[in-house]
Design a protein around this ligand. Structure first.
Ligand code: GLC
Length: 672
């Protein structure tokens, strides 16, 4: 059952698609206090688990820390961080009585989950203007599925998007891309996509292509397609403020950019220098921004990634001026008597340092520009968490116009629940750290709970130098993430799979992905079409097993398999917990399978760097295709079934291009 409580005058985020009447009274679980803003409190039993929060730090069980929904461009995902790029305000309290809470509130919201007091959950925000949805009845898994029905069907990408993609910030010329394509094709490492980062644009201007480096771009797009590789360009949120640039001129002329209080267009510096932010919350501006994607789809492009849409601000003129003032006052103090602090100048060196450090993404800047919503000016910080969502919505709505029958690849960095209907997400700027493999794994089910099924991390790590073993281990997890992309930052060590010794190991791991695509795609589609989870915590499948409920480093993928990746350097295997009897399969580097029946309980399993492990649940089987070098070449007519004999598998398969999802001929039963 779902109850919708209305507090004050909520902003319509359009996260929820189902219409529900407002409930009277107060929620039956926990208590709400409206004295200062909104404050929800619940006392938790010692063994209560809290799931959810989508793209958030720390564990699958969110207990023991404080998380702040406040979409933030922060490249250092260390354990202490409270805000990442997304705001996914859904949690499931799994205790004696389980229930879910979705706080539909577009500004900063704090989830203190046993941080201030270990037994207390507190959800707090400044304004008591929100919808609170309380979902109960059944298990945490059933509650999650009810929630998923409430927010509408998750985004479905084209099938090619289940292939492998290579990316790097720094590919600048056609030659750079040709080298990558050749690196993969010549070594027979499967690939379907090469991502095109900001350098393809003219001076980082959205919806332009650098003419010097990419003369006759459509021909180049086709040249890549002839090798069965799609180019996937990036689109940034900020539009360069440059007279004469048509996107800028149109935005200014039609008042499509976010404004300052005085009505002038707000200016923030991002990659192109000074930019304006399109007012993604204004439907006209959104339709206009979206219509520009056509510039690239007309040239043969079939997918995009939306970036910097928290929106990220490197600095504003106002911020710089304040910093200048602060420094002047500090220096004046220094000149007076050489001390840090003098009468008349209370500015200390650490204040200056902190200010400079916080020049980017300053709360004061977010509070200084406005959106136009239904004729009202809405201050950005009040709706901050919706920007990335509505940028991706702009694209999604535009694709419906451009070609209503066709699926486009689309994923975003920033997001809010609701955006899951328009695109997937990648989890932003991680690092080449072992701990980030585990973070990637833990986020998967949490993201699925919030509707984001098409997700993945920068495999190998974005920031910092990767190592061969880290990349291989991470790829072995990436085999199972719907978005499987290797991406790295400018200036880091080359990270393409062919840059390392024993390229055959990389070929093998990525081949395993392709062999599993019929299963992974089928399970993805089931999850999307049935408002289900593609990746589940063990606890959702084995709720009676108290041991399974504590497992944080193994995940169920679809309904047939469990994964337990290795995420420790120099480890030759790992411990794994099996809630039931399973078949332990290793894809061996020579193309064969090693199979072993393991009884339920704890096991140590050996997994070499070039092996890909998975566990098939008791009495289940999965289809396995022969290796292929790109998705379209997969032969799904002649597949073997692996796992247990006398089992059945319900395969979903469609053309992967169009939206004929409900056609019964998409289903077929395979028997082992
Ligand atoms: C941001 C993105 C990163 C991209 C870079 C350059 O940092 O997170 O993925 O490579 O911008 O566009």
């Amino acid at each position: 059952m779902i109850q919708k409580y209305v507090f004050g005058t909520p902003f319509e985020t359009e996260a929820v698609t189902a219409s529900l009447p407002a409930a009277s009274g107060m929620p039956s679980y926990g208590s709400v206090n409206l004295e200062t803003g909104f404050c929800y409190t619940l006392t938790m039993d010692e063994d209560t688990i809290v799931y959810g929060l989508g793209e958030a730090n720390r564990g699958l069980n969110k207990r023991g820390y404080c998380y702040i929904s406040n979409c933030t461009d922060d490249p250092d995902h260390t354990e202490d961080k409270r805000s990442l790029y997304g705001a996914h305000n859904f949690i499931i309290v799994a205790g004696k009585q389980s229930f879910g809470l979705f706080v539909d509130y577009p500004s900063k919201l704090t989830f203190d989950i046993g941080y201030t007091r270990m037994d207390t959950l507190t959800i707090r925000c400044d304004n008591a203007d929100l919808y609170l949805y309380v979902i109960d009845g059944g298990s945490p898994y059933e509650i999650t599925r009810q929630f998923r029905k409430l927010i509408g069907r998750s985004y479905i990408p084209p099938k090619f998007a289940f292939g492998f993609g290579q990316s790097r910030w720094g590919y600048t010329t056609k030659e750079d891309f040709r080298k990558v394509a050749a690196g993969y094709r010549e070594h027979h490492i499967p690939i379907d996509m090469i991502y095109v980062d900001i350098d393809y644009m003219q001076d980082y201007k959205d919806f332009t292509v650098n003419e010097e480096n990419f003369q006759n771009f459509p021909e180049f797009v086709q040249e890549m397609k002839n090798q069965e590789i799609r180019l996937i360009p990036i689109i940034d949120a900020g539009v360069k403020a440059e007279p004469g640039y048509p996107v800028y001129e149109e935005g200014v002329a039609n008042n499509y950019f976010c404004k300052r209080a005085d009505g002038s267009d707000f200016v923030a510096a991002v990659w192109p220098g000074d930019t304006h932010f399109p007012d993604m919350l204004n439907p006209d501006a959104r339709a206009w921004f979206g219509s520009h994607y056509r510039f690239l789809t007309d040239q043969g492009i079939e997918g995009f990634w939306n970036d910097m849409n928290e929106p990220a601000i490197f600095y504003t003129k106002e911020g710089l001026e304040e910093a200048g003032e602060l420094m002047k006052r500090y220096l004046a103090g220094q000149n007076n008597n050489g001390s840090d602090e003098t009468p008349g100048s209370s500015v200390t060196i650490d204040q200056v340092q902190r200010f400079l450090h916080e020049l980017a993404n300053r709360p004061a800047d977010y509070a200084s520009f406005y959106h136009q919503v239904n004729g009202q000016m809405v201050r950005h910080d009040k709706v901050h968490n919706l920007f990335g969502y509505h940028m991706t919505r702009a694209a999604g709505e535009a694709f419906e116009q451009i070609d209503p029958e066709k699926r486009f690849l689309m994923f975003s960095r920033s997001s809010y629940i609701g955006m899951h209907r328009y695109g997937g997400i990648w989890t932003g700027e991680n690092k080449s750290w072992w701990s980030h493999i585990l973070l990637n794994l833990k986020m998967l089910p949490s993201l699925n709970m919030c509707g984001f099924l098409y997700t993945g991390a920068d495999l190998g790590g974005f920031g910092a130098d990767t190592t061969r073993d880290l990349l291989l281990r991470w790829l072995a997890l990436g085999v199972f993430t719907p978005l499987m992309r290797n991406h790295a930052a400018l200036g880091t060590r080359n990270q393409e799979c062919y840059q390392f010794e024993h390229i055959e190991d990389f070929r093998h791991v990525i081949q395993v992905r392709y062999r599993l695509i019929p299963y992974l795609y089928s399970e993805y589609m089931k999850a999307a079409l049935q408002d289900d989870l593609y990746a589940k915590p063990l606890a959702f499948v084995y709720p009676e097993d108290s041991m399974a409920c504590q497992v944080e480093d193994q995940v169920m993928i679809g309904n047939e398999i469990m994964i337990a990746p290795v995420y420790t350097q120099n480890a030759r295997g790992r411990y794994v917990y099996l809630p039931e009897r399973m078949k332990f399969i290793k894809f061996m580097p020579d193309g064969t399978l090693s199979e072993k029946l393991l009884e339920s309980g704890h096991h140590y399993v050996e997994i070499a760097l070039n092996e890909v492990p998975l566990f098939i649940r008791d009495r289940k089987c999965i289809p396995l295709a022969a290796p292929a070098e790109h998705v379209a070449a997969l032969d799904t007519e002649h597949m073997e079934l692996i796992g247990f004999s006398d089992a059945e598998y319900e395969l979903y398969e469609d053309d992967g291009v169009h939206k004929d999802y409900e056609n019964p001929s998409n289903w077929r039963t395979l028997r082992s």
